[in-house]
Write a protein that binds this ligand. Structure first.
Ligand SMILES: C[S@@+](CC[C@H](N)C(=O)[O-])C[C@H]1O[C@@H](n2cnc3c(N)ncnc32)[C@H](O)[C@@H]1O
Length: 249
């Protein structure tokens, strides 16, 4: 299944980067405060930070600009090509690695202070085993911070504002992204994310559902893909964020 998702991203990467025009910044997703406003990660100077599912590298580059040793991994060659060009434009050093999140084989055990991910973990079928890999690469006391689609947002039709599928329906599904076509994701509930984190050994510290009635002038997704439209955002949050800790023994 990762092959289908990889192929989709190879084709969609150019449009995704052109339509999104994502700024170099630590973002968490549609209708969400960014890191400067949320403050989940703390001081990044001198820290080892791994981004999984880095896309065009905007967050990884922002980590490096704040003094982190940044490593960033993505399955898509096209996304990484864009990311490497952007890092060169910003004159920062980020190690970009083409690899599947489902195992983090290129990353040493207990080598990272922070693992970060923005809107990539919906593409992972077995999140428990991916979270175990994140646990392995973090140092004791390390943080795992990620955002992804709030699962309820995908259950509501943006035109009619009606619920079109049970919240409890999980597993593979296709999402129609205006301009980008049908995209395979793996559905989940908020509770299943929590349980996968706990099952991997993490202590969940924060679960954030940003109030999507608030507008942020830096939100690059607002209005995009026929999906992040005001009447939906006023009713349902599109983003959920978890902050977890690998306990220090
Ligand atoms: C919605 S984009 C988000 C990218 C970036 N984090 C951002 O905020 O713009 C999702 C990214 O996840 C990557 N991805 C999907 N499945 C993956 C996998 N199994 N392993 C690594 N990366 C994956 C895609 O190639 C894509 O770049």
């Amino acid at each position: 299944m990762s092959d289908e998702i990889k192929d989709w991203w190879e084709k969609a990467a150019k449009d995704y980067q052109e339509s999104g025009q994502l700024p170099v910044d630590i973002h968490y997703g549609p209708s969400s405060p960014n890191e400067d406003d949320l403050g989940l990660l703390g001081d990044l100077a001198g820290r080892d930070v791994l981004e999984i599912g880095c896309g065009g590298g905007q967050c990884a580059i922002a980590f490096a600009k704040r003094g982190a040793r940044a490593v960033a991994l993505d399955i898509s060659e096209e996304q990484l090509k864009f990311a490497r060009g952007l890092a060169a434009d910003h004159d920062v050093n980020v190690e970009f690695i083409q690899h599947d999140i489902k195992d983090l084989a290129p990353i040493g055990s207990e080598s990272q202070d922070i693992v970060f991910s923005a809107f990539a973990l919906m593409f992972i079928e077995d999140r428990l085993s991916a979270f175990r890999e994140v646990f392995r690469v973090l140092r004791p006391g390390g943080q795992f911070v990620f955002s992804l689609d709030h699962p309820f947002y995908r259950k509501v039709d943006p035109e009619s504002l009606t619920v079109v599928e049970s919240y409890h329906e999980t597993g593979p599904a296709y999402d129609e992204m205006e301009g980008l076509g049908k995209m395979l994701i793996y559905r989940y509930t908020v509770a299943s994310l929590h349980d996968a984190l706990a099952g991997a050994g993490f202590q969940v510290q924060r679960l954030i559902e940003p109030d999507s009635r608030i507008r942020y002038d830096y939100d690059p997704w607002f209005g995009l893909y026929g999906y992040y439209v005001p009447k939906m955002l006023d009713m349902v949050p599109p983003t959920v964020i978890f902050k977890s800790l690998k306990p220090a023994d």
